[in-house]
Ligand binder design. Structure first.
Ligand code: HEM
Length: 358
C-alpha cells in the first residue's frame, strides 16, 4: 500500500492537542478545578479564530483581484456565512465559561498576570484583516494597543497593516461598480430628484393639513428640510468630505453611492451576490459586536471593577471597545439614505436588460 491506513488520533494529532492543557495552579501545587475549563474554552476560541482567518484569507484573495471574478462571489458569500455561523457559537459559548463563578476564578486569576485575551494575536489579525480603523480604537492604558503587544506579535500586525484590508478592497470593488452612471442614466441625480420630489410632497401635505397648528407645521417642515439637507450632503465631494471628517462615512463617495445602488436594485440578477456580500458583512459586524458586549458583561461579572490582567481598565475598556470597534459602520449608516421602494427611480430598459441574465 502506498499510504499507511489513517488512524483517527494520528490524523487529528490528538496526543498533542489533548496534552496541551496545563493548569498553572496545579504546577504551583494548589490545583484549581475550574482552570481546566478556563484553558479549554480559550483554546476552543483560538481554534475557531483559526478557521475564521482561514476563510477570511480566502475572501481576501478573491477581493484583492482586479476585477473581482463574478463567479467567485458565491464562494465569498458561503465563506462569510460560515464565519457568521461560527461567531454565533462564539457568543453562546460565553455561557459555558459562566458556569465558573467569580469566586472560583479567584482560585487562579492571580497566576495569570500579565497574560490576557488582549494578547490574542489571531483576534488582532482578524480585526486588522477586516479593516478596523486604528483611529476608532479605544486607547489601552494610555496608548495604542499595539504598543502593549510583545515585539514578535507587533511585527506580525505591522506587516499585516501594510496589506489591503477587506474594507479597503471592498471600497475599490464598489468604486468600480458598473451601471451606476451609464449613458444618460446617472443614478444619484435621478435618485436625488426622487428624494426632493418626495420630501416636497410631504411638505405640501403638512402645509395643507387642517389638523396641525401653525407651530406644529413649522416643526414638521423644519424636520423635512433637515432631512433634505442630509441627502444634499451626498450630492457633492465637498459636503461629502464633512461626512467623512465627522466619521459618519469612511469609504469614498463613489463607493457609498454604488453600495446604495446595490441595496436598492438588489433584485436585478447581477446584483444578487454583491447585495449578499454587503448583507453578510453587516451580519458579521453585528455578531462581533455581540461577542464583544457578551464578553464585556461576563468580564464585569467575573472581576467587577478591577483592572484586567492585561492592564486595561477592565470592564470599562471592554464596553467602550464594543461600542467603537465596528468595521462596516458605513453600511449601517447608509440606511439613513434609503427611501421607500415605491419612490425609487425606474431603471432604463436598456440598463435592466444588461443587468439580467438573458
Ligand atoms: C474569566 C474570563 C475572562 C475575563 C475575566 C476576561 C477579561 C478580559 C479583560 C479585562 C480584557 C481587557 C484587557 C485586559 O486588561 O486584560 C479582556 C480582553 C480580551 N479578552 Fe477576555 N476575559 C475572559 C475570557 C476570555 C475568553 C474565553 C476569550 C476568548 C478568546 C477572551 C478574549 C479576549 C480578547 C480577544 C480580548 C481583547 C478585546 C479587545 O481589546 O477588544 N477573553 N478580557
Amino acid at each position: 500500500m502506498k499510504y499507511a491506513p489513517v488512524r483517527y488520533d494520528d490524523y487529528l494529532k490528538l496526543n498533542q492537542l489533548l496534552s496541551a492543557q496545563e493548569r498553572i495552579s496545579e504546577t504551583k501545587g494548589r490545583a484549581a478545578h475550574d482552570e481546566m475549563l478556563f484553558i479549554i474554552i480559550h483554546q476552543v476560541y483560538e481554534l475557531w479564530f483559526k478557521q475564521i482567518l482561514f476563510e477570511l484569507d480566502s475572501i481576501l484573495k478573491t477581493y484583492n483581484q482586479v476585477p473581482v471574478p463574478e463567479s467567485s462571489l458565491g464562494q465569498v458569500v458561503r465563506e462569510l456565512n460560515r464565519i457568521n455561523e461560527i461567531f454565533r457559537i462564539l457568543v453562546q459559548q460565553v455561557s459555558v465559561l459562566e458556569t465558573m463563578t467569580p469566586f472560583d476564578f479567584l482560585d487562579f486569576r492571580d497566576d495569570l498576570y500579565p497574560a490576557s485575551g488582549f494578547q490574542s494575536l489571531q483576534f488582532r489579525l482578524l480585526e486588522t484583516k477586516l479593516g478596523l480603523n486604528s483611529n476608532k480604537r479605544v486607547q489601552f492604558a494610555g496608548s495604542s494597543y499595539i504598543n502593549h503587544l510583545p515585539a514578535d506579535q507587533r511585527a506580525v500586525i505591522e506587516q499585516e497593516m501594510k496589506l489591503p484590508s477587506l474594507k479597503e478592497s471592498l471600497e475599490s470593488w464598489l468604486e468600480r461598480t458598473p451601471f451606476v452612471s451609464e449613458g444618460t442614466f446617472d443614478f444619484w441625480n435621478q435618485y436625488f430628484a426622487c428624494v426632493k420630489n418626495m420630501i416636497e410632497g410631504d411638505m405640501e401635505l403638512v402645509q395643507k393639513n387642517p389638523r396641525l397648528s401653525e407651530e406644529e407645521k413649522k416643526v414638521s417642515i423644519g424636520r423635512l428640510e433637515m432631512s433634505l439637507k442630509q441627502f444634499e450632503m451626498l450630492s457633492g465631494d465637498q459636503d461629502y468630505k464633512k461626512l467623512q471628517d465627522s466619521g459618519f462615512f469612511e469609504m469614498s463617495r463613489k463607493a457609498i453611492l454604488s453600495a446604495l445602488f446595490i441595496l436598492i436594485y438588489r433584485d436585478e440578477p447581477i446584483l444578487h451576490k454583491p447585495f449578499e456580500v454587503i448583507d453578510a458583512l453587516q451580519d458579521l459586524d453585528e455578531s462581533m459586536t455581540q461577542w464583544r458586549s457578551r464578553h464585556a458583561l461576563m468580564a464585569h461579572r467575573m472581576i467587577g471593577t478591577r483592572i484586567g490582567t492585561g492592564g486595561s481598565s477592565g470592564g470599562d475598556y471592554l464596553q467602550k471597545a464594543a461600542g467603537q470597534h465596528k468595521i462596516f459602520t458605513d453600511f449601517f449608516n447608509l440606511s439613513t439614505f434609503l427611501i421607500p421602494r415605491s419612490q425609487i427611480p425606474k431603471l432604463p430598459d436598456s440598463l435592466k436588460k444588461k443587468m439580467g441574465f438573458v
